[in-house]
Design a protein around this ligand. Sequence first.
Ligand code: F6R
Ligand code: MG
Ligand code: MG
Length: 367
Amino acid sequence: MKTTISVIKADTGSIGGHNRPSDAMVTKAKDRVAEALKTGLLSDARVTFTGDDIALLMIHGKGTDHPDIHKFAWDTFVETTKIAKSQGLYGAGQDLLKDAFSGNVRGMGPGSAEMEIEERTAEPFVVFAGDKCGPGVFNYPLFAGFADPYHNAGLLLAPEMHTGFTFTIMDVNHTEHDKVITLRVPEDYYDICTLLRDPNRYIIEKVVENATGLIASVASTSRLHNIAGKYVGKDDPVAIVRTQKQFPSTGEILSPWALAHYTLGDNRGSHHVAVMPVKQNSIISFFDGPTVMSAAGYCVHEGKLTEAVDYFDQPFWDYIREKATKKTLMIREQGFFNPAMGPQDEMEYTGVMENLKRLDAKFVARK
Ligand code: F6R
Ligand code: MG
Ligand code: MG
């Protein structure tokens, strides 16, 4: 049976800063989802939030990029924006960067990740949702989870995985149209590393298994500043990863998150910070951060979802949260001095450029 898994998320306003949507907003999204289940648009769905972003996990049979699904998500975010405005919440409609919907949420602000699959007898998958970070946050954990035997022991122990995976990587600085490259591990290992080392520019969009040709993972690639031309909030990406059997085990996919790797995000989207794995529906706090990532596991069967397994709600991750806190505090001690604050090309969408321009005019050339 062909099933589509669509995850579309947006920040449409939050309580007291950029920290979480209100209960009324989440209820509105849930009500709309309940309607869509009744009309048969969706076969199942879940509404969650991570920091200030509401994520819609939608199961249906319409394939990826379907205008009905994207319109449903867009209209839902228009409705949650109305609630945010009526409650006087902060940043109402922040991620809705265009006035009129034009068929697909891509390029309009919301982040999306979708895959159409032939359901396996048992179809476990994980939905990752991040806040206060860019889509490059997935470069390290997806690469390590799929291609590095330090994490994916199945590359050595499970014959199906021994031939590796193919990565589609997008150059997100190229804005006229999508510019992608397709590279395979193990053959192109070092070339992939060469690109992924710059997670602000080269971003994993898709992972496919070499042996089976099956899609294993998709991630959102939108960069809000590329759409808006200026800093309007962080991208806050989502990813879907299929696990088990011919794919990495769920534990192998979660394993790289124990690094609490540094990423660009946090306060004003402009600081390096350690990613903190958090429970679903977690809020934002310290320094408009830290950057958080939630991971929810489901099985989908004949278009219906199980309840979620909240993977980072487990004692192991308490220690990793503490480690992330320590790593974040360490780099925070350095304040605005690079690399605590982000690199220059990432600052080009922020107000720092006006200050630099003003100062540049005062520089004198010493002959
Ligand atoms: C980062 C974020 C916040 C805001 C900051 C300033 O993604 O959401 O750090 O950038 O709170 O927000 P404004 O400009 O809305 O006051
Ligand atoms: Mg926001
Ligand atoms: Mg956000």
